[in-house]
Design a protein around this ligand. Structure first.
Ligand SMILES: NC(=O)c1ccc[n+]([C@@H]2O[C@H](COP(=O)([O-])OP(=O)(O)OC[C@H]3O[C@@H](n4cnc5c(N)ncnc54)[C@H](OP(=O)(O)O)[C@@H]3O)[C@@H](O)[C@H]2O)c1
Length: 243
């Protein structure tokens, strides 16, 4: 961080666990003020004087406009938005109800599009800012049983690419990180997980490093996209014979 510049204030969506929490820790260690959004911080509270937890359910799209407006009023100096909240839900398309399709798209894509819509104008006015989206390897190629999850991540990637062009003249950097399997609670309710060997998974800290690299880029340079993967992908199915 350039010490001549004011301390950056970063808003992280999905800050209570996993990748988002690691990003918060990383940014706090490098001198950011961090505002973290999630539904529940009680399991592993982040105790740091520069961290502000905000309890908010991002799937309640109808409330987001007002909640984001309040956040912006309370923290008018937000210079970076890291959109990391999300969940995995996998299965053949027929296994999803219409409601489940809507709900996954709302959390993984629409909440982040709305967040970008809310915080971008102030960044443009200041001619300074970063939007960082958490994509996935599922944003790069469609895979069986991942129709809606992949669609949500492809949508995020499309949003990031379009915004990146749109914001080029206004000083706002737009980026997306596309990790392969990261060892987090993401897999708790799923029927698969990464293999146990250290080269079979990424750590949340690996992804946090990528986000830090993006935020530290020179003003005149933008890191558009980072794809990162475990050295050797290995998927373990929890129930024998699954898939
Ligand atoms: N793990 C992987 O292998 C992997 C790979 C590629 C991309 N990703 C992406 O990375 C992101 C984070 O995943 P992760 O592995 O860190 O998962 P995680 O450990 O399950 O964490 C998910 C985070 O999202 C928050 N969240 C979920 N639903 C929310 C809601 N309705 N409102 C507000 N916050 C909500 C959770 O907080 P609360 O539950 O407290 O609300 C938590 O902080 C997701 O977008 C995921 O798609 C993960």
């Amino acid at each position: 961080m350039n010490t001549a510049e004011p301390r950056p204030t970063t808003l992280v969506l999905g800050a209570s666990r996993g990748i988002g929490r690691a990003i918060c820790q990383r940014l706090l260690a490098s001198g950011h003020q961090v505002i973290g959004v999630a539904r529940d911080f009680s399991a592993s509270p982040l105790d740091h004087p520069a961290f502000t937890p905000v309890t908010l359910d991002l799937s309640r799209l109808d409330t987001l406009g007002k909640r984001f407006q309040d956040l912006q009023q309370a923290h008018p100096d937000i210079t970076a938005l890291v959109c990391c909240a999300g969940r995995g839900q996998f299965g053949s398309l027929e296994e999803f109800s219409h409601e489940q399709i809507r709900s996954l798209m709302e959390l993984n894509f629409l909440s982040h599009a709305c967040a970008a819509r809310s915080f971008l104008p102030a960044m443009k006015r200041r001619r300074r800012g970063h939007l960082v989206f958490m994509g996935s390897e599922a944003a790069l190629a469609g895979r069986q049983k991942g129709a809606i999850y992949c669609a949500s991540k492809f949508a995020l990637r499309g949003l990031a690419q379009a915004l990146r062009e749109e914001c080029a003249g206004s000083g706002v950097h737009v980026s997306i990180v596309n990790p392969g399997m990261v060892k987090t609670g993401f897999f708790d309710g799923l029927d698969f997980a990464p293999g146990e060997q250290a080269h079979n998974y990424l750590l949340p800290e690996d992804v946090a490093d990528a986000v830090q690299l993006i935020l530290d880029a020179r003003e005149g340079a933008v890191i558009e996209e980072i794809n990162l993967s475990p050295l050797k992908k290995h998927v373990v199915f929890k129930k024998p014979g699954a898939r």
